[in-house]
Each structure stands twice: as C-alpha cells, then as structure tokens.
Design a protein around this ligand. Structure first.
Ligand code: ADP
Ligand code: GLC
Length: 502
C-alpha cells in the first residue's frame, strides 16, 4: 500500500516523547513489510543539514484567505537494514518551524500559534501529494498536531485524485487535544458553514483532536486497553461520548519496540553490552550510572530509574506533592537509590531538585538526554512508572528488555505489556501499583525491593523472564495494515458520517 504518515515528531529528526519513537519505528516496519510508506514532518530548526534534496518549491498552501508558500525537502530515516530508509518529507516554512523546540521553547511553554502551525502541516499533506503526483491509499496522522489531516480530507477532497484515500488517526494521548478559539476557524481554513461536518466545535472553542476523531475513517489507540479506557469518563478527557459513538471504528494496537535502537546487546549508547545469558555488563553499567549521577557506588541498594516527562500524567504529583507525595518516604525508609531524568512542569522540576539536595540517595538530571536515558535503562535494577494513565508507554518495554524490573500502575499499555509478579517471584515480569494513592506506589516499590533483597535468585529469574519478552513492530505493523485496508474501503467510509455524534 501507499501510506503517507503525517506527524509532528519522528526520531531521530524530532522527538519530544514516545510519539517520535513510534512514528519512525512503525514507518520502518511498514517499509520492511513491502509498503511504500513516506513521512511528512516540519523542517524544524536544525534539520537543514538533514535536508538532502528539494522536492517541491514553492509549495503553496491555502488556509482560508491566506496563502503560505513553503518548500518541501526530502531525507531518509536511518535504517541499518537498508541503505535507503523511509523517505521523509520536511516542510519548510521558517516563520512557523525555524524556532527552538517542537511545541514551544520549553517543555512547559507552548507556542500560542501551535494550532495554526500544525494546520499548515496537515493541509500541506494533500497539496504535496498532488504536486508530486503520488497518490497514497491512506493518510495516517498522529495525535492533535496532525488530526486536521482527516478533517481537511473529509471537507475538501470530496472529488479529484485524493477522494478515494482513506484517513487514519492514531491517538497516542487523549490528554492533549489542541484547543483554539472559535474565531480561529477561518485561520485554519474551515468555512463557517462547514463547522458542523468538521466535528471541530467544542463548546465555544475548537478542538483539533475531536475534529480528527470525528472525521477519520479509522481511529487507532496505542494499546487495546487504552481503547477501552477512553470510552470511560475517567480516562476520556471529555471525549468519551465521541469515542463511544465511534466505537466500531476504534481499534487498539500495541506499540512495539525498535530493537535496532533498544537492545542491550548492541546499544551504542551504553558502555557495556550484555544479554540474558551474561549479565556482567549490566552490573558494570550500574556502577557507571552511580558514578555519573554522584551516588554511592554500592551494590546493596536497589537503583530505581525514571525517565519521564515531568507531568501529572506520569504520577509525579503522587511522588512529589509537598503534603502527600511519597518519594521522601521511599528515600527515607527503603534501601534504594533513585535516579530521575526528565523535563516538564517547573513545580515538579524544582521539587525534585530540592529533594535531591536533601537526600544523598536521590539524583536528578533536568534535561533531555538520549544517552543518559539508555544508561538509566541499562544501569537500574527497577524502573518506576506510577502513571495516572498511560496510552502505551515505551519505557516499561525498554526496561523489560534491559533486565530492569518495571514497577507500574495497572493502566493502559502498562497493563497490556507487564504481567504481575507474585510474592515468590516465580511468575510475571514486574510489579503493579494497584491504584492512584501514593501509598500504593510505596507498597509496590517495597515489594520489588524486598524480593531483590530477600530472594536474589527469584529476582534474577524475574528479570530474565522480562528480557525474553518480545514486542515486535512487525506484528503491530501487520495489524495497522489491516486497519489501512479497512479505511481504504469505500463502504466503511460512508459509515463515519452516520456515526458522528454531532
Ligand atoms: P510519553 O510519550 O508519554 O512521554 P513513552 O514512555 O511512550 O512516554 O515514551 C517516552 C520516550 O521519551 C522514551 O523513549 C523515553 O526514553 C524518552 N524520554 C522521555 N523523557 C526523556 C528525557 N528527559 N531524556 C531522554 N529521553 C526521554
Ligand atoms: C504518548 C503516550 C505514551 C505512548 C506514546 C507513544 O505520548 O503518553 O503512553 O507510549 O505516546 O505511542
């Protein structure tokens, strides 16, 4: 099939979180399966050097009564299996994309014109296809930044070469929806008489993700459990009625992990390689991690790693809240060393930094560092993810692969990829936090630390079971292909209109 993926992130060109990893790995897996898959992302600052050749210039995109004249460059994603990886188009429009950061100049401060920036990316998708005369079978967009691809397709491609294309939207995180004021409608290029069929209106504003969910032929979430959860008000962020209305078009497909990037046997970002048969390298990585993070070089305490966006989603308030946070209790009463790498909300960053000054067994690095993220996976004994919700989560899968036992909440993709270990340590692959109370985080960490301390042989078997798990992208890419076929069928297209709640 011919597939155009439109995304705000694609590793290693642009990544703020798991979305970047997933888009590139899925693209690669689809290409290995023989599909003609291509990517479209913005040409952010710093990508000029990666822009190998110019494909279209000018590429003029009309949004309402404004015309944006852009240029499109082509590069290839790196791929160790072939010399030419996934073709990737980079949309150049410097007023919008030649800025620091992807969504804002810091993780906590987003650019106010983001809806317009990513509307341009979304609208450019079909203009580009027509210009280069490459007509995909499906457009595949990801999260709110490219959700408008489905909206524009539904409203504006009712005839012509793109009318027969299917459109798929993957929801990686319903917590971010892309809001804009109602009066931005014309700026986004939507005629006011088409607002109802766009699905964009939410109260007295616009909601880009809602529009995408309403208009896409098929909607995918990044784990089966999350597909069920978001139909419930607890996890629906207000969109659960729409998800329920589109229920027969929503499918959960678990993300895979990219073993070209995340394999302790060959990872170029870790000092010592190891595998399930020879764990000596993990021990050495642990020593290096302790040294680099200024922790006592002792084998006794359990090293607990965290690599995370520092937000409420990731359970950071349950750890850090001045009154109820449980991190201090963990640091004071359990034989642990905790290593945190992340960026995010200033309040959480400051709280972690202050605690790190008080507790010698806590080390915090504020920043985004690919190399350190790999070292933490390789050098830790346990990996903590107390997420309030987690559409899929990649780090628990990386942790399993790296022999780092995950301690996770029983939500979303965490529940789909980790299986519970009992007190003997003879079943399962990790430990579950059985609810949202901070004390339940403590209980799960305590159980994991106790097993490691009291029964090292059982802990080693638990680790080995995790390392033997596989989350191959090939299987997920195969499941996506089925969704693409469904989306490209004309009879499923008709039904999206009747199932829209508005
Ligand atoms: P999310 O996409 O919600 O942030 P995931 O678990 O799906 O969560 O993916 C997060 C990805 O981003 C992982 O690859 C993780 O290693 C990476 N990551 C997150 N924060 C950092 C950081 N501060 N430095 C390096 N990598 C990070
Ligand atoms: C999101 C989710 C995360 C998921 C990632 C990739 O950012 O928060 O759970 O793993 O996207 O799909």
């Amino acid at each position: 099939m011919k597939i155009l993926m439109v995304s705000s992130e694609a590793f290693p060109l642009a990544k703020a979180g798991g979305l970047g990893d997933v888009v590139s790995a899925l693209g690669r897996a689809l290409r290995h399966a023989g599909h003609d898959v291509r990517l479209l992302i913005p040409r952010y600052r710093g990508l000029a050097a990666a822009s190998d050749s110019m494909v279209a210039a000018p590429l003029c995109v009309d949004l309402g009564d404004r015309r944006y004249c852009c240029a499109v460059w082509e590069t290839r994603l790196p791929d160790s299996r072939e010399s030419h990886g996934v073709p990737t188009y980079l949309l150049e429009y410097n007023d919008f994309f030649d800025r620091s950061g992807i969504y804002g100049d810091t993780a906590a401060h987003w650019y106010p014109d983001n809806p317009l920036r990513f509307a341009l990316l979304s609208r450019a998708a079909s203009v580009l296809c027509r210009t280069i005369n490459w007509i995909p079978d499906v457009f595949h967009s990801h999260d709110w930044p490219s959700a408008l691809v489905s909206v524009y397709h539904r409203l504006f491609e009712t005839e012509g070469p793109l009318a027969g294309c299917g459109s798929i939207l993957s929801i990686h995180n319903l917590g971010y929806q892309g809001h804009a004021p109602l009066h931005d409608l014309s700026l986004l290029g939507i005629p006011s008489e088409q607002i109802a069929s766009s699905g964009l209106q939410s109260g007295d504003g616009l909601n880009l993700l809602q529009g995408g969910i309403s208009c896409a032929h098929q909607v995918v979430t990044v784990s089966p459990r999350y597909a069920l959860e978001i139909a419930d008000p607890q996890f629906g962020f207000g969109l659960d009625p729409l998800i329920r209305a589109r229920n027969s078009h929503v499918t959960g497909i678990i993300n895979g992990i990219d073993y070209e990037v995340w394999d302790p046997g060959s990872d170029p970002l870790i000092p010592y390689h190891y595998d399930v048969h020879d764990m000596a390298g993990k021990q050495r990585n642990r020593e290096i991690l302790q040294m680099e993070m200024g922790l006592l070089p002792s084998p006794a305490p359990a090293v607990i790693g965290m690599v995370s966006r520092l937000t409420g989603q990731k359970g950071l308030y349950e750890l850090c809240d001045p009154q109820h946070g449980i991190l201090e209790r963990i640091l004071e009463t359990l034989p642990v060393q905790v290593v945190v790498l992340g960026t995010g909300e200033a309040e959480i960053e400051n709280c972690l930094l202050q605690k790190a000054e008080r507790y010698p067994n806590l080390s915090v690095r504020i920043g985004y560092e690919e190399r350190l993220a790999h070292l933490i996976e390789a050098g830790s004994d346990l990996f903590l993810m107390p997420s309030r919700y987690e559409p899929c989560g990649l780090n628990q899968m990386y942790s399993l692969r790296y022999g780092t036992v995950p301690v996770v909440t029983r939500v979303g993709g965490l529940a789909d990829t980790v299986t519970p270990c009992d007190a003997t340590g003879d079943t399962g692959t990790g430990f579950f936090i059985e609810g949202t109370s901070p004390w339940l985080i403590f209980d799960a960490v305590e159980a994991a630390v106790a097993l490691r301390h009291d029964n090292p042989a059982a802990f080693a078997r638990l680790r080995a079971r995790g390392m033997e798990q596989r989350f191959p992208w090939e299987a997920s890419a195969h499941a996506y292909t089925e969704i693409y076929r469904r989306a490209a069928l004309p009879d499923t297209r008709a039904s999206r209109r009747s199932s829209s709640p508005r």
